[in-house]
Design a protein around this ligand. Structure first.
Ligand code: NAP
Ligand code: HSE
Length: 434
């Protein structure tokens, strides 16, 4: 008779939303997990800042470590689960300590991996360890597994998606209720939907972290978060949401990564998408990731991008893989084989939505149209809006272009000022074909 496999022992750093979710799954589904993996999966030790905090979970069976680095080094820990957050500080120190001790790491920390993923992956491989991070991208959606396993036989052509639930909540609530950005931002803050530093969400940084991790796996390149073209949702106005809606579009914070002949394009920016498309229909805090492969075509994955249950579900998927002895390189291939990406500024042409306020006088629109024409851009639709309350000498003008290169749009807009007819700053939003 063969001896039963020894338990897989977790050291859990972080007992907040995600950490307590992990505790609950380990406790609630102990039998189910043992049946699936052929061994027990247990938590031996935990760490958080405040030992006295009531955490609505029974932690009495676990050793307590004040310092997560000590937790990472414990002899009775096989897998270090990092759910503290932050791209430096204790999260980085403890992850490095776990790897130095030869332990596998499971992390929900997209910021840490976006900033230090390559170095951490190389260090892990040198020790024969792996880092898994299903929970770091799109919460409960198993998108890392889809890319590294389910689609491993494909050349990935494009990765796209809405990956920040807080931004999608704000944009859909503005859309559905006709509320301003400022009102909904404050509401989201009070409901606790935003990160402690809200700019991580509304500035597009959190979603940019996630996109850069997906791009690395998809294209076999080193994580290049610093090369993601980032624009948050802070300038999306209720006026643009309503005008876009009138034309059959919704505004989403959309990430797109693709390898073109010029290099790797990564952008996370507000875009117009067709209102009836799956991305256009996405409501509230839900995430959606679209993966395109040369053999499979298009895969669309939709689900909860955050929250205790969904995020812990993803953490446990990684832990269970390790318990089963299933080990995939951190970014789906050996870290040393990941290429330095040639970062390309977004050049894929698209139609653009342009909104601006002009002096309402003869020739004003012609001057703007000349700037656009001279940049080689063709106008598809144009409307002058008579907004209630707008002064007689002002007109809001809405233009939709035919497909144009982003650089040409930027060039045309740079000429607008010199016309002397522009009032305030014009708005340009890409219309993405999805
Ligand atoms: P959280 O609720 O703020 O919890 C963070 C935990 O880390 C707390 O228990 C905190 O201790 C502990 N911690 C912080 N600094 C520490 C230190 N120096 N030493 C020991 N423990 C420390 O955060 P969360 O929402 O669970 O998120 C955790 C990670 O998961 C982050 O990387 C986040 O980006 C990622 N993530 C979160 C979600 C989500 O829906 N929440 C979704 C996907 C990914 P105290 O409790 O004592 O303060
Ligand atoms: N702030 C993130 C979001 C949490 O809103 O999607 C999950 O990563």
């Amino acid at each position: 008779m063969t001896a039963p496999a020894p338990p897989l022992r977790i050291g859990l750093a972080g007992l907040g939303t995600v950490g307590i979710g992990v505790v609950k799954i380990v406790q609630r589904h102990a039998d189910l997990i043992a049946a699936r993996t052929g061994r027990a999966v247990v938590i031996t030790a935990v760490s958080a800042r405040d030992k006295t905090k009531n955490r609505d979970a029974d932690l009495s069976g676990y050793a307590w470590e004040t310092d997560p680095v000590d937790l990472a080094r414990r002899d009775d820990v096989d897998v270090f689960v990092e759910v503290m957050g932050g791209h430096d500080g204790p999260a980085r120190a403890a992850t490095e300590a776990a790897i130095a001790a030869g332990k596998d790491v499971v992390s929900a920390n997209k910021a840490l991996l976006a900033h230090h993923g390559q170095a951490l992956a190389e260090a892990a491989e040198a020790k024969g360890a792996v880092i898994r991070f299903e929970a770091a991208v799109a919460g409960g959606i198993p998108v890392i597994k889809a890319l590294t396993e389910g689609l491993a036989g494909n050349r990935i052509t494009r990765v796209m998606g809405v990956m920040n639930g807080s931004c999608n909540y704000i944009l859909t609530r503005m859309q559905n209720e006709g509320l301003t950005y400022e009102t909904v931002f404050e509401e989201a803050r009070q409901l606790g939907y935003l990160e402690a530093d809200p700019n991580l969400d509304v500035g597009g940084i959190d979603a940019g972290h996630k996109l850069s991790l997906l791009a690395s796996i998809a294209f076999g390149t080193k994580v290049a978060f610093d090369k993601v073209e980032l624009e948050g949702i802070g300038n999306v106005s209720i006026e643009d949401i309503e005008l876009a809606d009138d034309m059959g579009y919704h505004i989403k914070l959309l990430g797109v990564a693709q390898l073109t002949g010029r290099g790797l394009e990564q952008r996370m920016t507000p875009c117009l998408v067709p209102a009836e498309s799956p991305l256009g229909q996405l409501q509230g805090g839900t995430n959606m990731v679209v993966l395109e492969g040369d053999s499979v075509g298009q895969i669309v994955m939709r689900g909860p991008g955050a929250g205790m249950g969904p995020t812990a579900s993803a953490v446990m998927a990684d832990v269970i893989d390790l318990a089963r002895g299933f080990r995939v390189s951190t970014f789906g291939q050996p870290a040393a084989s990941l290429k330095d990406p040639i970062a390309a500024k977004s050049a894929t042409p698209a139609a653009y939505y342009l909104r601006m306020t002009l002096l309402d006088k003869p020739g004003a629109l012609a001057k703007i149209a000349t700037c656009i024409g001279e940049a080689g851009i063709s106008i598809d639709q144009m409307r002058q809006l008579n907004k209630p309350g707008e002064a007689d000498n002002k007109a809001t003008v809405l233009l939709v272009t035919h497909k144009a290169a982003p650089a040409d749009i930027a060039h045309a807009m740079a000429q607008f000022d010199a016309t002397g007819v522009l009032i305030g700053a014009p708005v340009a939003i890409r219309i993405e074909e999805v």
